[in-house]
Design a protein around this ligand. Structure first.
Ligand SMILES: [Zn+2]
Length: 461
């Protein structure tokens, strides 16, 4: 049972908007933030009282890019480039069914919640026919874990015979994609404030999708009033592919197709030219920055500090677990800070900027004004981080959160409902979530082997 009101007292608060609180309170009522301030907490009759001594409260983290099904294929093609890695995995993924997706998503979403994530997107783009309702399978998992969910109906329609990277067996036809995407929006999308589920339209990437699908997907999304997501400028291989096959650089190509704008956010944006940064800022196009994945695949690192300086929107993402194994979203704040400083120097990104990209920046990528900060009226998506114990030698709690490895999580709340407490999932038994992921892994490898595909021998690229 979620209490109608909760008061967290004796707590430090980094609300992301407004002044930070050294030792004060956070009052939650009916799933929203009612008040926060310095000093003793008000008396709220009937409220659950939580002692936040030793904790820092922040807005819940927002994950802006993921592929939950990839939980089932972690640790493969360990030394591969993106294109080599994809080529090793496409046909294994083609064997997935709804059971695999539900198990992988349960583990992946549980893992995210444990790292302070309260809202996540997912980009699912492999839909082998006759394998059950894969989109519904991940939505069921999100409801069980209790996070806010923005599943993106992904797609690929440009197989190898059309010059694309994926084998023909894993692509769908344009008509199938548009029908299924419209149906997903009509069935699940909830635009209301405080929504727990919003759908986005997400053709996979310039090298796996036709230009026609990109334009038709954009008009479908705009007709329905939902957002657009894709991969863009992840690697130099992609840039070469675009120059050779489309005759222009990736951002120019996407601009021609109507894919820059305030309703678009793209994953990675590593290889941007100076004028691309300006256009992202001017058009309100968001970037899902995935530093661990970019590092794992040796893709390069996004020009985040330049994007932020230009006024562009940047959020953080863990990316799929097969290109960024077991990445805690909380740890991506530190990764982004370290990578930016390695590239630009010690003032490139502050701990507070890293926290802002992980919260408010992510909310803006997803087009939400009801989450991402702790202000009266916003959704009560809150994380209490333990910054005592070994971390108590750092006086600045935001520094303790971002500069070192992620602190333990005392509590995670979504709309005031506790989904993690004392570092343990409260919605689904933690062992059950972990086992669901392991079972999904074994099942997918068996299904793939049955179709003659294996990842054996691919372990080292
Ligand atoms: Zn991705």
């Amino acid at each position: 049972m979620t209490p109608r009101a909760t008061v967290v007292e004796n707590v430090a608060v980094a609300p992301v908007a407004g002044p930070e609180i050294t030792r004060g309170y956070l009052h939650i009522e009916d799933g929203r933030v009612a008040a926060l301030g310095e000093g003793p907490a008000p008396d709220v009759p009937g409220a659950e009282r939580v002692d936040g001594t030793g904790c820092l409260a922040t807005p819940g983290l927002v994950n802006t890019h993921h592929h939950l099904y990839q939980w089932a294929t972690q640790g493969v093609a360990q030394d591969a480039t993106l294109f080599e890695w994809l080529t090793a995995l496409y046909q294994v993924w083609a064997a997935m069914d709804a059971e695999v997706v539900n198990g992988a998503a349960t583990a992946g979403l549980g893992w995210l919640a444990l790292s302070g994530c309260t809202t996540t997107t997912d980009h699912h783009y492999v839909f082998p026919s006759g394998r059950g309702d894969l989109f519904a399978a991940e939505i069921d998992a999100a409801r069980d874990i209790g996070v806010r969910f923005h599943p993106c109906r992904g797609s690929m329609d440009r197989g190898a015979s059309d010059g694309g990277l994926p084998p023909d067996e894993v692509v769908e036809t344009l008509e199938e994609i548009l029908d299924a995407t419209a149906e997903a929006i009509d069935t699940y999308h909830d635009p209301a404030p405080g929504s727990m589920l919003r759908v986005a339209v997400a053709p996979c990437s310039p090298f796996s999708v036709t230009g026609r699908l990109m334009t038709e997907a954009a008009s479908l999304a705009r007709d329905k009033g939902v957002r657009l997501h894709t991969h863009l400028c992840e690697t130099l291989d992609e840039e070469e592919h675009c120059l050779a096959q489309m005759g222009c650089a990736p951002v120019d190509y996407m601009e021609k197709l109507g894919w820059l704008g305030p309703d678009v956010w793209v994953a990675h944006a590593v290889h941007l030219r100076d004028r691309d940064i300006t256009r992202f800022a001017e058009t309100g196009t968001g970037t899902a920055h995935c530093p661990s994945s970019n590092g794992r695949l040796g893709a390069g690192i996004a020009r985040v500090s330049e994007l932020l300086r230009a006024g562009a929107i940047v959020g953080l993402g863990v990316d799929g677990s097969a290109s960024s194994e077991l990445t805690p979203l909380s740890g991506e704040m530190r990764q982004s800070l370290l990578f930016q400083r390695a590239r630009y120097g010690p003032t490139a990104l502050t701990a507070r900027q890293a926290l802002e990209t992980a919260t408010l920046g992510g909310a803006r990528c997803l087009g939400r004004d009801d989450i991402g900060t702790l202000e009266p009226g916003k959704q009560a998506d809150v994380v209490l981080w333990r910054v005592d114990g070994f971390r108590s030698a750092v006086d600045d709690p935001v520094g303790a959160l971002v500069l070192g490895p992620p602190p333990p999580v005392a509590r995670v709340m979504v709309a005031g409902r506790t989904i993690v407490e004392a570092g343990e999932l409260r919605t689904v038994p933690q062992d059950t979530a972990a086992e669901a992921g392991a079972t999904a892994h074994r099942r997918l490898l068996e299904l793939a082997a049955g179709q003659g595909h294996t990842v054996a021998g691919e372990v080292h690229g």
